[in-house]
Design a binder for this molecule. Structure first.
Ligand code: HAM
Length: 415
């Protein structure tokens, strides 16, 4: 048997319904904040990720599905959504047009990681990106949006926030941290030793205990913020408190992608293992100019749908909605009649599933229950002769012979 690839999963039945419900909830909340749908390709040029997510990141360094296509171009399956949306923004010359753009997207992302609970090689994100607003007020609104989505999904999570500062503060901090890291480098893990020369800030969020101990005396990122960044970070906290959103400040939260500056945040949950990030994001004001666009501030976040599904699946099983009609016939000759009737019912907005098998009513009823139908409609030869049909309401189990002319109004009444 040919099986799916490791870390890549099918989505069907209850999980497929759960996935759709999560996306619907995210879309409804995002549109309340003025965000519109954007779709970008699943494959992009490798260079896009090297220049945005960054060569020093684990994603680009170790996890990309990268290959040459038949024309010899180096392309890769997108490991995240932000870079593609930025590419679309630039390709459509919206940086030159100016203005504000608020977009949301969802779809498959690919990272060659070691699969485990809540970590797949193909996973799905719902993400939002805003271009053209430099104000920290939008950062706060984006966090409010994420919090509204989690509330609507009934998920509790801890919000961690940090500020990486603007280019000036970050540069000053990097120099101070580099000096410190070089001093303690003998005590750091291999990855952190490498990070000293690639992106020293990443050593801050290393989970290795020896590294954490070695870094206990490291300069604090928030202490290195200039006054402007300090004030903005204060404003962010005031806005979150005003919105009733609890948060903790984590001065070591630097995120695993290289494009961030100023606000960085994550919603973490311990329901699926130790402190898993379910939403991560932040500001990336430098990225658009780094990709040769007009200087445009930007901010966004993305949520891991599988992690959300894991948490929700722990709480309850998603049942199929009891909203359909199961329609069957007791004689082969009547199949045409029920097909005709099904289309009439669908035209009136009903969801109809036809059984083409001629089986005893008890078997048909059992099948109707299996698909969680709300109504059972069965046409026998006698009923057809009298221009009526057998209707059973599968919720209250009441049977009725209904004239075909009255069927729509009867169903509407019982619905
Ligand atoms: P990220 O933190 O790399 O950020 O990913 C966002 C979320 O995707 C994570 O918090 C997690 O829930 C989920 N996720 C990541 N990797 C996996 C995986 N292997 N399996 C399952 N879920 C996973 C970004 O991707 C940024 N583009 C977010 C962003 C948007 N920043 C600004 N705008």
């Amino acid at each position: 048997m040919i099986t799916s690839l490791r870390g890549m999963h099918d989505l069907l039945d209850d999980r497929a319904r759960l996935y759709k419900n999560i996306i619907n909830t995210c879309e409804q909340v995002a549109s309340k904040y003025g965000y519109n749908y954007i779709q970008t390709p699943t494959l992009e040029r490798t260079a896009l990720y090297k220049r945005s997510v960054g060569e020093s990141s684990d994603i680009v360094g170790k996890e990309m599905y990268e290959f040459s296509d038949k024309g010899g171009d180096s392309i890769c399956l997108r490991p995240e959504g932000t870079a593609g949306v930025v590419r679309a923004f630039l390709e459509n010359k919206l940086d030159k047009a100016g203005g504000i753009y608020r977009w949301y997207y969802h779809g498959s992302m690919f990272r060659y990681e070691r699969p485990q609970r809540g970590r797949q090689r193909e996973f799905h994100q719902f993400g939002v990106e805003c271009f053209g607003i430099a104000s920290v007020y939008e950062d706060a609104m984006l966090i409010c949006m994420a919090s509204d989505i989690l509330k609507a999904l009934n998920i509790k999570a801890t919000l961690k926030i940090n500020s990486l500062g603007d280019e000036d503060s970050m540069q000053n901090y990097k120099e101070a941290l580099l000096k410190y890291a070089k001093r303690v480098s003998a005590r750091l893990c291999m990855d952190c030793k490498r990070r000293i020369s690639t992106n020293v800030m990443r050593i801050l969020d290393c989970k290795n205990e020896n590294c954490q101990q070695a870094l206990s005396g490291a300069p604090i990122l928030l202490d290195a913020l200039n006054d402007k960044c300090k004030n903005e970070f204060e404003t962010l906290q005031i806005l979150l408190r005003q919105a009733g959103i609890k948060f903790v400040i984590d001065s070591n939260l630097v995120r695993g992608l290289d494009y961030y500056c100023k606000t960085a945040f994550e919603f973490v949950s311990d329901e699926i293992g130790a402190q898993s990030a379910i939403i991560g994001g932040g500001r990336y004001d430098r990225l658009i100019s780094d990709l040769e666009g007009h200087d445009t501030p930007a901010v966004g976040w993305a949520m891991g749908i599988e992690r959300i599904m894991e948490i929700l699946a722990l709480k309850s099983e998603e049942k199929a909605q009891k909203d359909s009609i199961y329609l069957c016939a007791l004689d082969e000759k009547l199949l045409k009649n029920i097909c005709f009737l099904a289309n009439q019912l669908r035209a009136f907005g009903f969801k109809v599933l036809i059984s083409y098998d001629i089986k005893a009513p008890a078997k048909q009823l059992a099948n109707a229950d299996k698909i969680n139908a709300k109504f059972f409609l069965c046409l026998g030869l006698d009923e057809a002769k009298n221009n009526e049909i057998w209707l059973r309401n599968l919720e209250n189990k009441i049977d009725k012979k209904v004239p075909l002319d009255d069927l729509i109004s009867e169903l509407n009444e019982q619905n």
